[in-house]
Write a protein that binds this ligand. Sequence first.
Ligand code: F6P
Length: 573
Amino acid sequence: MNTHTLLTTPAWQVLQHLYKTHASKLDVRALLQKNLSQTVHMCISAPEMVADLSRNLLDTSIIAALNQLARERGVEAMRDDMFHGQKVNVTEQRAALHYLLRWPDENTHTALQKQSHDVPAQVAQSELAFKESSNAPLNVPSNLQSTLQDVLKTRSAMLAFAESIRQNAHITDVVNIGIGGSDLGPQLAIQALDAFRLGDNPADHKFQPKRFHFVSSLDPQELMSVLRQVRPQSTFFLVASKSFTTLETMTNARAAKAWFLAEGGTDVARHFVALSTNTQAAADFGISTCFGFWDWVGGRYSLWSSIGLSVAIAIGAKHFQDMLAGAHAMDQHFASTPLERNLPVQLALLDVWYRNFHGMGSRCVAPYAFGLRRLPAYLQQLEMESNGKRVDQQGRAVPYRTATVVWGEPASNGQHAFFQMLHQGTDVIPVEFLVVKQPSPNLPSYMAQHHPDLLANALAQAQALTQGVTSSLGGRDVTAHREMPGNRPSTTLLLDVLTPNSLGALIALYEHRVFVQATLWGINPFDQYGVESGKKIAQQMVEIIKGNSVIDLNADDSSKKMFSMLGKNSDSG
Ligand code: F6P
């Protein structure tokens, strides 16, 4: 990577100058009025989606300087390093090869192309299909060929297994036990792809779709509330953990196994499956079927691996492959589209512009699609665990801010909660609207009729944030209380329809955006040492709380006070 620190790159100086001279006073309303061609230019197509960036605090000079910044920070070289299998995860000395997990299997690829007539008509007619032309297609370099063969072999075994469970009418419930990346991705995907659970094949329809449950919390209330709804003989447990040591997951897995046996369940081996890189630990737990993956898959990038087994059971092998294909199309876009039209790059540049120049501390994610209701939580892990870092790749403290707070709720619920603050609060918070053009397939018409309202609300909120309501704009009787300043930035990501392909593309878009943010900031997005310390302290504290020990030499005075309020002795009593 370029050895210039971020702050001394020429492009940074230009951006600072632009910010001081005019960018901080930029009024998007004026730009939208006078320059339709620029507005059109600010729509970027990528696989399965179009992004409208025209409501952002940008003009052509700022965009040019941001793109220059990407060049000076070596975004293209870092991206190519990742796609060539270099050890871009410098602290753990590993490559980051999650994109290999969605590499098409040439054998199934042709079959899938032949099956394209199976997709619902509305999906096939997608107007937002991959329109953006690319430079050169992505290839797997020779050093990664054997890894790819491993990936394809594991995928095909996992998908065959998923189909067997999917078609097993005796299994009515699937419980995924996992946390973080071993929970959020599968949960998001199963909710988002609910319409695809029955499959295209009418033969599948004779089976009732299974119920899917997710257990992640250490609080047993969550596990208990799931176990109350299921029976051992018809339930299938997936213990999803890359490390197979995570406290929450192991505790819940042990409790689920105890419940299974106590409730008369027989044959743990048939009802429990592990998804892990730690096959030995899974075997020690008593699980004989384990689908593995690799240490080069970060937990928050693992949806595409065996961790996605619950998704494959829910939507079937073909739709799972479609999800991978959507993500792969986004990989191609990222790898080969010029920076100026490269959507992950443009979104990451915008993030840096708002974070480091405008000082904005958060971004609101507003999916106007119920299926995407876990997207904000998913992105919290992806962005904040990846880029919540304070030192650069060489371990030097960075003199600028990094990851922003990501938060949100599915709208229009958010409109009835926090949108007030977005419109009139003292903080300016960029909003990301996720809008799906077509209603979810298979809805009765009286429900599909909700969709125009949903679309109108998304569009209306975006416009209201931009335009505001001010007396200076001719609004009569606009008192200070009713005034909305406007000029509040937002981006709209428009999907044609929520399908396995578009969901895959969307998630891969965010993965690459986070990678580009990290490259611009010079930090490593692939480790997460920050979460370790608290876990270690908890191991000592639990001994005090259980009464096994009265001495915690590392407890500080505040913790000692809490021990005492909990009626537990520590060294100070
Ligand atoms: O504590 C953070 C973390 O390591 C995440 O990165 C990961 O997704 C999660 O815990 C779960 O880890 P595992 O899949 O190993 O149980």
